[in-house]
Design a protein around this ligand. Structure first.
Ligand SMILES: Cc1cc2nc3c(=O)[nH]c(=O)nc-3n(C[C@H](O)[C@H](O)[C@H](O)COP(=O)(O)OP(=O)(O)OC[C@H]3O[C@@H](n4cnc5c(N)ncnc54)[C@H](O)[C@@H]3O)c2cc1C
Length: 430
């Protein structure tokens, strides 16, 4: 191991979830570090397909403390979102170290150990904000497809140019599947397998949508939460299902000539086999089958039988100081998206301040037994201030200042004000 450092809190992931958590820790004046595998903050958005625009309007895309710099009802591009996150980290001076992929989190004694290649970080608290939409979920039978078929997951799809001109099978009719199938239909023959999970009933971006979206957000943010009976009932299933179609709807797909077929059930003779028994002769398959949450690099007993972390609103059960951000339905249906991440971050930061492994910020004077007030006094003494000046600066009486000075001399084991000033400089108290 080439380096080892200790931090009060390490945040893994500098996406919107990690940065929002960092914002609140910074506001509390806490000591922390954010680690991210990408080269630049915002790359998780930049690396999505070229034509992607956000589904949420700019009005809901800002993180705590900084609105998204675009007209409220416009839909930012994925690069604008990436740049916004980068500007956010800069504006609030968030300590992000990029190009660092964490490969293990474990526990040694009363500390967490965060390992990233040859780097080793120790921390009293860890916030895992590594993203719920990262590890591709592809059916195992995909490996049985004829090797001549070009296969991509939606997370690898960038543009039309990646796929040979022959027929494309897009698997999965969530928003990614609908948008990618629609885009491909301008140059390719497209077959789309799967069934939609409903549609938002108004045209995306239209004036009626401006009235509908706040209602959708209200339901996702305030009604479907762990606090409400309906939220607790539908939350877990809601999180694992595709969301209703938002921008590209089934009638757009039909108008664009996209062929709709049943779900893909397996492979026969190297070709995709549908649930209704049809076999499709295609040259390309784009898997728009979603993501799984891969937390296998966390070497801690914090997971349930389903492999998901056991937590209450992002606070790990039975692992003090371990937190999660950006989980599906962490607290509400909006937890893994921009409109909900700020609220979860604030909750986690408040919990960490009250119950985290280090519940009190350490001040430089602590090591010498100085109270915060005595530290202020010693700093003013070192600054050459008289008792009268110190009394005025701290709005206390000169007698009280004299008492504090006597205490300071005793605690620092020095004979005079001059010696106390010298001690303060030598021991980084000023
Ligand atoms: C195609 C698509 C479109 C979406 N559109 C919208 C939308 O319009 N509006 C909306 O609100 N939401 C949208 N979402 C959902 C969600 O907002 C995004 O997925 C968002 O990127 C999640 O942010 P995050 O911070 O939780 O995770 P991510 O953005 O994935 O960030 C996680 C970060 O953690 C880092 N990381 C992961 N593992 C490690 C590790 N082991 N070590 C170090 N670093 C690590 C990654 O490099 C990454 O930077 C969309 C999702 C997808 C897939």
């Amino acid at each position: 191991m080439s380096t080892q450092q200790h931090f009060e809190t390490v945040i893994v992931g500098a996406g919107q979830a990690g940065l929002a958590a960092g914002y609140h820790l910074k506001k509390q004046g806490r000591q922390f570090l954010i680690l991210d595998a990408n080269e630049r903050v915002g790359d998780s958005w930049r690396n999505r397909w070229d034509s992607l625009r956000l589904f949420t309007p700019a009005k809901y895309d800002g993180l705590p403390g900084m609105r998204f710099p675009a007209p409220r009802w416009s839909f930012p591009t994925k690069d604008e979102m990436g740049d916004y996150l980068e500007a956010y980290a800069t504006r609030f001076g968030l300590p992000v170290r990029t190009g660092v992929r964490v490969d293990r989190i474990s526990r040694e004694g009363d500390r967490y150990v965060v390992e990233a290649g040859e780097h080793r970080f120790e921390a009293d608290n860890v916030i895992v904000a590594s993203g719920a939409h990262r590890a591709p979920k592809i059916p195992a039978f995909a490996s049985e497809l004829d090797p001549r078929i070009v296969q991509l997951h939606s997370s690898e799809y960038r543009n039309l140019g990646q796929l040979p001109q022959d027929r494309v099978l897009v698997v999965g009719l969530g928003n990614s599947g609908a948008e990618i199938a629609f885009e491909l239909s301008s140059t390719h023959a497209v077959t789309l397998a799967g069934k939609e999970a409903g549609e938002i009933p108004v045209r995306h971006g239209s004036v009626p949508a401006r009235f509908t979206l706040p209602i959708v957000r209200f339901i996702g943010h305030r009604v479907l939460t762990m606090r409400t009976p309906i939220g607790r009932k539908v939350g877990p299933t809601f999180a694992s299902h595709a969301t209703p179609l938002i921008r590209v709807k089934t009638k757009d797909l039909t108008a664009a000539g996209v062929e709709r077929v049943a779900r893909v059930a397996g492979v026969r003779d190297g070709l995709p086999l549908l649930e209704d028994g049809r076999v499709l002769d295609v040259a390309n398959v784009v898997w728009c089958t979603g993501f799984r949450h891969d937390l296998s690099w966390i070497d801690l007993p914090v997971f349930g039988e389903d492999g998901q972390p056991l937590h209450d609103r992002g606070v790990a059960r039975s692992m003090p100081g371990l937190y999660f951000m950006g989980l599906l339905f962490q607290y509400a249906a909006t937890s893994d998206v921009l409109p909900g991440v700020g609220r979860d971050a604030e909750h986690i930061a408040k919990h960490l301040a009250r119950f985290g492994a280090t519940t009190r910020r350490t001040e430089p004077g602590d090591a010498h037994g100085l109270t915060p007030r005595e530290l202020e006094v010693v700093r003013l003494v070192a600054d050459g201030k008289s008792n009268r000046e110190i009394a005025a600066a701290l709005a206390i009486s000169e007698n009280t200042v004299a008492r504090h000075v006597q205490n300071v001399l005793g605690k620092l084991h020095v004979p005079s004000r001059t010696a106390a000033a010298a001690f303060a400089f030598q021991h980084d108290l000023v």
